[in-house]
Design a protein around this ligand. Structure first.
Ligand code: SF4
Length: 439
C-alpha cells in the first residue's frame, strides 16, 4: 500500500481494541476459558461486568456491532431473561471469589432503548445477583432520542454514575444521512434532564468524519459541545469497517472532493486535533487518544483504566467480550445460539484466547499508549522488565518519526502521535500477530 493509499479511509477496522488480535481467538480454547472460571481469582485484581443490550431503533450506516432493530417485546423479555441467567451463572463461578464489582458498563446497541420499567426490573434483578453498590463506576450508554426524564431518574436511582450520550454530531442532515435515529433538539433536552437529575459524570461522544462533515460544521459541533460543558468528551474518528451499510454503498474520497464521502485520515486527524485544542482552551485536559475531561482530578473512566491495565471483566450478552484471569473470552455471537445455551443453563462461551505473560505485557503497552503516557516504573513493578529495553526498536522508530519521546521514567506521545496512535501500535506486536487479520 502506498503512503497516499494509506491515508484514505479504506475498508476495514483501524482501531486496536485488544491484543492478541481477535482473529486468533478460537472455539478450541473454550475449555481453557472454563478452567479459569473455575479457578480462584488472582489476588488484588478488580472485577468488572459489561452488559450488552443489543437493540437499536435503526441501524446507523457505519455500525458493525451485533445489534437488532426488529425485536418485539417478547423477544426483548427472552433476551433479558437470558442475560440475567448468564450473570447468575457467572456469579456462581469460583473466579469471582467473593469480590464485589468494581465497575459496571451497560453498552450496546442502545441500552436506553429499553423502557424505564424494563430497566428498573433488569437492574433490580442484576443487583440481587451481583450488587454494584460498592462499584466505583456504573456507566450507561444512551441514544438521546430514547430518553425521557423518568427513564433517567430510574437510572440514577439504580446507581448509574456515568451517563454516556451518543451525540455524534449536531447537524440534522448529517445525523439523518448517517442513519442516526436521534434529532438535534433531543440532544439538548436529554442533556438538560441528565444535568438536573445530577449524574456525577456525563460524557458526550462525537464522531470526526461522519459522511457529509465539513470544517464549518465540525467547528460548530465543537462549539456546541463546549457550550453544554460535559464532564468528558470522547471523539472517535470514523472508520469504514466491512459489513456496514456504508461499506457497501460509499466511495472513499479525499478531502478536496465536495460530494458526500468519508474524509481521509489526515482530515479526520486535523478535526480531532482542532477539537482537542478548543476543548483545552475551554479548560479540558486530554486524557487519551479519544477523550478529554473537564476536571482530571475528579473525572476518571474506571472501566477503561481497569480494562487497559488487565483487570478482570465478565462480558455478558450476545457476542460480548471479557477478560478473566489472563484469558480472553467472547460469547456466542448469534441470538439463537446465545439464548439456547442459556436456556440449557450453560455459559454461552463462543471462543477464547489464553494469553501468556508476554501477551499481557504487549497488551498493556499497546492499550496504555492510547493514554499518551507509559510509566516505566509501573511496568518494572508489574512485569519485572524495562519497557524501554523490551521494545527498544519500536520506541526508537516512533521517536525518530516524532510520534513519542522516551524519557528516564516515562514514554510520552506527542500530540500528533497520540491522535494517530492506533496505526503505530502494530509496531509492538509479536511477529506472529503482525500483518494478520485483526478481527
Ligand atoms: S446506535 Fe450504536 S449500536 Fe446502534 S446502530 Fe447506531 S452505532 Fe450501532
Amino acid at each position: 500500500m502506498t503512503a497516499v493509499e494509506q491515508e484514505k479511509t479504506g475498508l476495514g477496522n483501524y482501531f486496536i481494541a485488544n491484543y492478541p488480535p481477535f482473529s486468533f481467538w478460537k472455539p478450541a480454547h473454550v475449555a481453557a476459558a472454563r478452567d479459569v472460571l473455575n479457578a480462584p481469582p488472582t489476588p488484588g485484581t478488580p472485577l468488572g461486568l459489561y452488559l450488552h443490550i443489543p437493540f437499536c431503533r435503526k441501524r446507523c450506516k457505519f455500525c458493525y456491532f451485533r445489534v437488532y432493530t426488529d425485536k418485539n417485546a417478547k423477544d426483548i423479555e427472552t433476551y433479558l431473561g437470558a442475560l440475567t441467567k448468564e450473570v447468575e451463572l457467572l456469579a456462581a463461578t469460583p473466579v469471582v471469589g467473593g469480590r464485589p464489582l468494581d465497575y459496571v458498563y451497560f453498552g450496546g446497541g442502545t441500552p436506553s432503548y429499553l423502557s424505564a420499567a424494563q430497566l428498573d426490573s433488569l437492574m433490580t434483578r442484576l443487583k440481587q445477583i451481583m450488587p454494584w453498590d460498592q462499584a466505583r463506576e456504573v456507566t450507561f450508554e444512551c441514544e438521546p432520542g430514547t430518553l425521557q426524564r423518568h427513564k433517567l431518574e430510574t437510572l440514577r436511582a439504580q446507581g448509574v454514575t456515568r451517563l454516556s450520550l451518543g451525540v455524534e454530531n449536531f447537524k440534522a442532515e448529517i445525523l439523518q444521512y448517517n442513519g442516526r435515529a436521534h434529532l438535534e433538539e433531543e440532544i439538548d433536552r436529554a442533556y438538560g434532564w441528565a444535568r438536573e437529575i445530577g449524574f456525577p459524570q456525563i460524557n458526550i461522544d462525537l464522531i470526526a468524519g461522519m459522511v457529509g462533515e465539513d470544517w464549518d460544521n465540525w467547528k460548530r459541533c465543537v462549539e456546541r459541545t463546549i457550550g453544554l460543558a460535559p464532564d468528558c468528551v470522547t471523539i472517535y474518528q470514523m472508520e469504514l469497517p466491512y459489513n456496514t451499510v456504508f461499506s457497501k454503498e460509499l466511495t472513499v474520497i479525499g478531502n478536496d472532493e465536495p460530494s458526500l464521502g468519508v474524509a481521509d485520515w489526515p482530515t479526520k486527524r486535523a478535526w480531532t486535533k482542532y477539537a482537542f485544542a478548543e476543548l483545552e482552551k475551554a479548560g479540558y485536559t486530554v486524557s487519551s487518544a479519544t477523550t478529554v475531561v473537564k476536571d482530571a482530578s475528579k473525572t476518571k473512566f474506571v472501566y477503561r483504566e481497569a480494562l487497559w491495565r488487565g483487570a478482570d471483566m465478565f462480558g455478558a450478552g450476545v457476542a460480548s467480550f471479557g477478560h478473566v484471569n489472563g484469558v480472553h473470552l467472547q460469547n456466542l455471537d448469534t441470538w439463537e445460539t446465545y439464548t439456547e445455551a442459556l436456556a440449557k443453563g450453560e455459559l454461552p462461551l463462543g471462543r477464547a484466547f489464553p494469553t501468556v505473560e508476554r501477551d499481557r505485557l504487549v497488551r498493556e503497552v499497546v492499550l496504555l499508549l492510547k493514554t499518551g503516557k507509559l510509566d516505566v516504573g509501573y511496568f518494572r513493578a508489574k512485569y519485572g522488565v524495562d519497557i524501554r529495553d523490551t521494545f527498544r526498536e519500536a520506541f526508537a522508530k516512533l521517536e525518530a518519526d516524532g510520534w513519542l519521546t522516551v524519557g528516564a521514567e516515562s514514554v510520552d506521545c506527542t500530540r500528533d502521535g497520540l491522535i494517530q496512535i492506533d496505526r503505530h501500535l502494530p509496531a509492538f506486536f509479536d511477529p506472529q500477530y503482525v500483518n494478520a487479520r485483526y478481527t
